[in-house]
Design a protein around this ligand. Structure first.
Ligand SMILES: Cc1cc2nc3c(=O)[nH]c(=O)nc-3n(C[C@H](O)[C@H](O)[C@H](O)COP(=O)(O)OP(=O)(O)OC[C@H]3O[C@@H](n4cnc5c(N)ncnc54)[C@H](O)[C@@H]3O)c2cc1C
Length: 302
């Protein structure tokens, strides 16, 4: 990351909200459910599936967590009414994990109860390492209680992940690099080490009969994944690719054009600002773009 990019990343919270909104609009459907419906309909028309995330990571009260669960239920109802091909992705902390494991489980169950009658899938996103054990426990309990259309996420940057992957035989698992910065004792820092861990975890998941959501925009990994799938002679019922809304759409189009399933992660909700900051801080090239945009808005007064 260049010095300018690093400075922009640090200063992002000081950038005016409307400017962040404009720059991040390609990553977020918008503040309302109608925005999510519109974006998902557009993706479906392009042959892409969706998984929808209600933004709400900063909750501090049980009623806020319940309100987010209710938004998921409303979203699932709307997708069914509109005939849209969309699932949901939930965040344990958004549904109350930090307020109590049982609070979170109750809310996830409410979302599952709305998803199951129409065969829609509930993905449990993986957050920072303080939640990993509880999140995997939540998934296992729900599965053991007979909920089969629910699945966790593994983060290849964590040193534990290959072992976790081997223990999840038969599950539907999303595999990603992981966005949270963790202590080096539990996380690979070297980019190639993260990629190698991704490849190894993917092999363990495919060999364990898992349905894998291969969530990456890294072409090197996409090519390795295609190799691993071809080597095993797997059909499109064994995997899908997943990407974030607005990130590397040309790669997504290529994946769909080559006949693979692609699911796009579509965030929406009133907490768009916090999500945007995280996405922008994550990507130095976008940070450079922010710098350019700020420059343009400062110098162009008309
Ligand atoms: C569908 C999906 C679900 C995810 N769910 C989780 C989750 O539950 N938990 C979790 O910790 N992480 C999650 N992530 C985030 C993931 O862990 C990575 O942080 C993110 O995907 C970037 O890693 P990458 O594999 O794309 O590789 P990178 O090497 O980071 O990116 C490859 C290229 O993609 C482009 N790119 C990547 N990210 C961005 C961005 N934000 N904006 C613009 N361009 C970008 C850049 O051109 C970059 O060079 C998810 C990602 C996806 C795609």
């Amino acid at each position: 990351m260049s010095l300018v990019d690093r400075a922009v990343v640090t200063l992002l919270p000081a950038v005016p909200k409307p400017l962040i909104r404009r720059i991040s609009s390609r990553y977020i459907a918008g503040p309302s459910l109608d925005d999510a419906r519109r974006v998902v309909a557009g993706l479906n028309a392009e042959g892409k599936l969706a998984t929808v995330d209600v933004l709400g990571e900063e909750i501090t009260r049980v009623d806020e967590a319940e309100a987010i669960a209710a938004e998921y239920v409303a979203a699932l109802d709307a997708f069914e009414r509109d005939g849209l091909d969309a699932n949901v992705s939930v965040k344990p902390t958004g549904l109350g994990l930090k307020l109590g494991y049982d609070v979170c489980k109750r809310n996830v169950e409410a979302v599952i109860a709305a998803a199951e009658p129409t065969n829609r899938f509930v993905r449990i996103d993986m957050e920072d390492s303080s939640t990993t054990d509880d999140t995997l426990r939540l998934f296992r309990e729900l599965r053991d209680e007979g909920h089969l259309r629910v699945g966790p996420v593994l983060q290849a940057s964590l040193r534990r992940t290959v072992a976790d992957a081997a223990a999840l035989a038969g599950a539907s698992v999303r595999l990603c690099k992981g966005i949270y910065v963790e202590p080096e004792s539990i996380q690979y820092r070297d980019d190639q080490a993260v990629r190698d861990s991704f490849v190894e975890a993917l092999a363990a998941l495919l060999d364990g009969g898992c349905y894998v959501g291969i969530a990456t925009h890294d072409e090197w990994l996409v090519d390795r994944a295609l190799g691993a799938i071809a080597e095993r002679g797997l059909g499109t019922d064994a995997y899908e690719f997943q990407m974030l809304l607005g990130v590397r759409p040309e790669l997504g189009d290529r994946i769909v054009g080559d006949g693979h399933t692609l699911r796009i992660y579509v965030p929406f909700g009133r907490q768009w600002y916090e999500y945007s900051l995280r996405r922008l801080q994550e990507n130095p090239r976008i940070a450079g773009y922010v710098a350019g945009d700020i420059g343009r808005s400062v110098f162009r007064r008309s």
